[in-house]
Design a protein around this ligand. Sequence first.
Ligand code: HEC
Length: 193
Amino acid sequence: MKLIRLPLAALSLVLGFALVTATSYGADETEAMHADLQKIANDVGAGKDVSKAAEAFAKKYAIEDSMAIFKPRNPSAKVSGIGVGKPGDYTPDGIEGVWLSLGKKQMPPGDLKAKKADLLKAAEHTAAMAEVAKYYAPKKDADKKKWDKYNDEAKKASKDLIEGLKSEDPAKVKTAMNKVTGACNDCHSEFRK
Ligand code: HEC
């Protein structure tokens, strides 16, 4: 008996360790999260209903991890941002930073055209996150109302951004970028501790 007990104890340690590591993030988990968001973003871009996939995403990933998608790429962070363009194309290369910096002044039409594909992808990621964030709403009625209001603002602004980019309308793009970051801030100042 004594001889078996030791390997069993060792085995349970290994299993326990596996359980702990399964809930922490590594490059693989981050890659899976980015891929899951990309699928939702593609469907949002194609005008499809994504409610089921968005709900599943919110169940699978905690909000503090999924929101990190908006941060710059950083392989050593717990969850790296999904980034904008190819690494090195934008500084900072996080979605949030890009909306903040490009929203400061109207983009010259040639610049908008050159960045259109990258920004459209980032706008679809933003719209996808607004679909997901709906399912992180707090339970309390009054809080849920506010949450939904800010999130609807984010959803609408990201749709405007997609339209502005598609029609290459610099004024519309600038306004929408600022509305997007305004909605992020509104929700954060109320709900982000
Ligand atoms: C409806 C509410 C809501 C909206 C809209 C929202 N967020 Fe958040 N966000 C949160 C909350 C709540 C947290 C804090 C999560 C936690 O740490 O528990 C958060 C956290 C974050 C974080 C920090 C993640 C980390 O690593 O700790 C980033 C970055 C972020 N949000 C970016 C954005 C951006 C960019 C937008 C707009 C495009 C946005 N959020 C819109 C609710 C929102």
